[in-house]
Design a protein around this ligand. Structure first.
Ligand SMILES: Cc1ncc(COP(=O)(O)O)c(C=O)c1O
Length: 392
């Protein structure tokens, strides 16, 4: 449990935990709260593990979506070859928690964002003592910083060249640029070049499989050109990592990637469902909801609930109201509140509990200390969002 919680909150949590496993206990969870349907979550984890293993690629799920050691463990136990992390702090916290719990095998952890500066490079090398660590670079200065930190600690490190496949967020911009970075890696006695990363974040939510496939072909071509240039100079490129929930099936068809970094499939938020629909990549279950309570019902056409901007990210629009998807609409109503429209046939009352499908899972999860695991109307577990706020 998070020790920074006020004592009263901890007491309230303990009193609810006494009802764990009891019918109706879902309704005791204080709102707003992040709920996860455990059966749907496990089904999603197993489904993506099946899709990737039958497609002949590894699954290295991205922890940024859930930030939870509990879920990372479920993914590893069900066949993931390793884990991805967006931030050093996220990796330190979740890997640290898994190791402290005594996980059996050594974790293979990939840091998918480049790090900058000597202090961060030292933290990378220290993290490498806890796991098999892989880290991406996209700049010769980043290579030097990592090499110096390795020399200081007397430890080797595996590095990948991050390739911009069209997102233009990080990564070398073309094959010549990749060669500059990999030459620098090859010059370091402390670094081992193990592959490339090409993550097409701009592709994942393209609606329509054909449109998404065409765009993914272009991005894959960019990565292919880099791989060819590296192979030409005699480098082996055993790891080719990338992809997400939206392109998983397409990436498998195109055949360049050796492992997929999908993250959101564990929860399947509203934005993803809108883009992917219900076939192929889209048919993961929506396992994540936000429980909220009607705190005022004095208006004719709408009620006010206790979940607003602080309860979920709004970059991807509004949440859906579970069970009332076509008849009620949620509107953000400030920091702490939301407005839920109510047609004449619906009569939401003060104290009613509603559930919302979050528009965008990753930044929503980071607003909560706990994930309340439910099955039907039963609260079955409470797990920490282990790396909540660990964004440095
Ligand atoms: C580098 C990287 N890989 C993988 C993912 C996971 O993608 P998704 O959540 O769309 O499955 C992300 C998400 O932003 C990412 O930044």
């Amino acid at each position: 449990m998070n020790v920074s919680n006020p004592l009263s909150q901890q007491r309230s949590l303990h009193s609810i935990l006494e009802h764990l496993g009891q019918p109706g206990s879902r309704n005791l969870i204080p709102t707003p709260a992040l709920l996860c349907d455990l059966e749907l979550l496990v089904a999603n984890i197993e489904r993506m593990a099946g899709v990737t293993s039958s497609g002949g690629v590894g699954l290295r799920p991205h922890v940024k979506s859930h930030k939870s050691a509990f879920i990372a463990r479920l993914q590893l136990e069900r066949g993931a070859v390793g884990l991805c992390f967006a931030k050093l702090g996220e990796a330190e916290t979740v890997v640290g928690a898994l190791v402290a719990e005594g996980i059996d095998a050594t974790i293979s952890a990939l840091l998918t964002s480049p790090v900058v500066g000597a202090r961060s490079a030292e933290r990378v090398v220290a993290l490498g003592e806890l796991c098999d660590l892989l880290v991406v670079v996209d700049d010769p200065r980043g290579v030097d910083e990592l090499s110096n930190a390795c020399e200081g600690a007397g430890r080797r490190l595996s590095v990948l060249c991050d390739v911009d496949v069209g997102l233009a967020r990080t990564g070398v911009v073309d094959a010549a640029h990749a060669l500059t970075v990999t030459e620098r890696i090859e010059r370091s006695p402390w670094l081992d070049f193990v592959g490339v990363q090409g993550y097409g974040g701009h592709l994942q939510h393209i609606a329509g499989r054909e449109e998404r496939r065409e765009a993914t072909k272009d991005s894959t071509r960019r990565l292919e050109l880099v791989v060819a240039a590296l192979t030409n100079v005699g480098l082996e490129v055993p790891i080719r990592t990338g992809g997400g929930t939206g392109t998983a099936g397409i990436d498998i068809e195109l055949g360049l990637l050796t492992e997929l970094q999908a993250g959101s499939y564990v929860f399947m938020d509203r934005e993803y469902r809108d883009a992917l629909g219900l076939n192929d990549e889209g048919s993961f279950a929506q396992s994540l909801t936000i429980a909220t309570t009607v705190i005022s019902a004095n208006q004719k056409d709408f009620v006010t609930v206790d979940a607003g901007l602080k309860a979920m990210a709004n970059d991807a629009g509004s949440p859906l109201v579970v069970g009332h998807e076509t008849t009620s609409q949620y509107h953000f109503f400030g920091d702490e509140h939301g407005l839920v429209t109510m047609p004449a046939s619906t009569n939401f009352r003060r104290g009613d509990r509603l559930e919302l499908v979050p528009p965008h899972c990753d930044p929503t999860v980071d607003r909560y200390d706990h994930l309340w695991m439910v099955q039907g109307d039963v609260l079955v577990d409470v797990v920490e969002v282990t790396a909540r706020g660990c964004s440095q």
